[in-house]
Write a new protein. Structure first.
Length: 238
């Protein structure tokens, strides 16, 4: 009888423990399913699991709100942009390589020659100036055709000039030559006076070079003589 009672107790204990053993794998499987990311449907097949998880995690980061700009900052920024516009120089005409193609023809008046050239900024229309061959001789230099004064040492008139950067602040004047308004830029310390003819869509530049150590009388005589040549400027017939 006692043996039968012990058997019944043992069987009951086994029956009570059985459900825990049976349910344990199911609970563990449920926990594992919850912890494992179901990313197989959203991951790119070409990316690794780590890259995929980093990308998905970054998508959950709340973006920072845009910064609030103070009124003082906006005012200072507006003043700075305005200063930039004032500091920006006016664009110069586009520069091309000077060419030596020009014509020299006799004038109807003895001793005068007609120089026909082109602007260094465009091909047409061409221009003409007339000069006294007793006062000037024409030479070809690196900067193009140049008139060399025969009696004023160092007085040169570049006939097809290109605008170049200068370290000296010029004195800018407006003058009328050959019936056209001309911008005159004087670089006295550098010994250069540039002349710019702006005619419709064309620009013609000339440069009068004077030695910086020349006396006032020589400077004046060179300028008068050079402007006398420029006063004959005209557009050449095509």
């Amino acid at each position: 009888m006692l043996l039968l009672f012990l058997c019944v107790l043992a069987a009951g204990a086994a029956t009570a423990c059985a459900p825990a053993e049976v349910n344990r794998p199911a609970v563990l499987l449920q926990v594992q399913t919850t912890l494992t990311p179901t990313s197989t449907s959203v991951c790119d097949p070409s990316e690794s699991q780590i890259v995929c998880e980093d990308r998905l995690a970054s998508q959950k980061i709340t973006p920072l709100p845009p910064p609030t700009l103070s009124a003082e900052f906006l005012t200072a920024e507006a003043e700075y942009q305005q200063n930039l516009l004032e500091w920006t120089p006016t664009p110069e005409p586009p520069i091309t390589t000077p060419t030596s193609s020009y014509l020299l023809a006799p004038h109807s008046q003895e001793g005068l020659l007609i120089f026909r050239g082109r602007s260094t900024y465009q091909e047409h229309p061409r221009f003409e100036v007339t000069f006294d061959s007793n006062l000037w001789r024409l030479e070809e230099h690196e900067e193009g055709p140049v008139l060399i004064h025969r009696t004023i040492e160092g007085c040169r008139l570049v006939l097809m000039a290109i605008g170049r950067g200068m370290i000296e602040m010029p004195t800018i004047l407006q003058k009328e030559l050959a019936g056209y308004p001309v911008e005159v830029r004087e670089f006295r310390q550098s010994g250069l006076i540039s002349y710019g003819f702006s005619i419709e869509q064309a620009y013609y530049g000339f440069g009068l070079q004077i030695p910086p150590d020349a006396g006032d009388s020589a400077v004046k005589e060179c300028q008068v003589s050079g402007e006398r040549v420029l006063d004959t400027f005209r557009l050449a017939p095509e």
